[in-house]
Design a protein around this ligand. Structure first.
Ligand SMILES: N[C@@H](CCC(=O)N[C@@H](CS)C(=O)NCC(=O)O)C(=O)O
Length: 209
């Protein structure tokens, strides 16, 4: 197995945190997003979406999407389980992870990719050009606040986001809390429950991944 990775980006970090939680040490293949290596014909043959992370299995199958990578690794290496252990627990992990990806990550990306000169004509990932739309920056900022308020409500009096264990949902949220820093937002500053959760999650060895 090997992981196509880029150590500066939030989604590959989620995959590395999954590996770290499971104490798995596999080769990492660097795909330099700053040098646009994700759009090379070689990499697009691996993942036509032009995104990392991608896990290459020992059978030569390529798995993109962090949730699918986590699902695969949880099946092969069940300890510690990162996607829930009961029917409702599994559903809760998927539910919160989806909420984070659809409402959190997309909001932060909406701000960053429509604001930063580095994403000119790259407002969406992939090999098609999408011009920036400056009016989406403010909308994205509102969506971010709404998203982190929802996390704050959920974390009130809870140790972990989705179940009684640390799961993919927590990994994804940790990556988003740090990703928010890219658009100069500290979501923990005004949210005590998120702040407490973040302090504990950041102390886990996997957070260094
Ligand atoms: N839904 C995907 C998102 C993957 C993604 O968007 N990765 C970003 C890095 S954080 C990427 O590869 N971007 C390439 C680009 O911007 O061209 C997942 O869950 O892994």
């Amino acid at each position: 197995m090997r992981l196509f990775d880029f150590n500066r980006a939030p989604n590959p970090r989620r995959a590395r945190m999954i590996l770290a939680e499971k104490s798995l040490d596999i080769p990492l293949v660097n795909v330099d997003l700053f040098a646009m290596e994700q759009l090379s014909p070689e990499f697009l043959a691996i993942n036509p979406a032009g995104t990392v992370p991608v896990l290459e299995t020992d059978d030569g199958i390529y798995i993109a999407e962090t949730v699918a990578i986590c699902h695969y690794l949880d099946s092969l290496f069940p300890e510690p389980p990162l996607m829930g252990t009961t029917p409702s627990g599994r559903a809760q992990v998927l539910m919160w992870n989806n909420i984070i990806e659809h409402y959190g990550m997309s909001a932060i990306a909406e701000v960053l990719r429509n604001l930063s000169p580095g994403f000119k004509n790259r407002a969406l990932p992939g090999n098609r050009e999408y011009p920036q739309m400056p009016e989406l920056v403010q909308r994205g900022r509102h969506r971010m606040e709404q998203f982190f308020d929802r996390m704050e409500d959920q974390l009130n009096n809870r140790k972990f986001l989705a179940t009684d264990e640390y799961t993919l949902a927590d990994i994804s949220l940790l990556a988003m809390c740090d990703f928010a820093g890219w658009v100069r937002v500290n979501p923990m500053r005004t949210r005590p429950a998120l702040d407490k959760w973040y302090a504990a999650a950041s102390m886990r060895p996997s957070a260094q991944a």
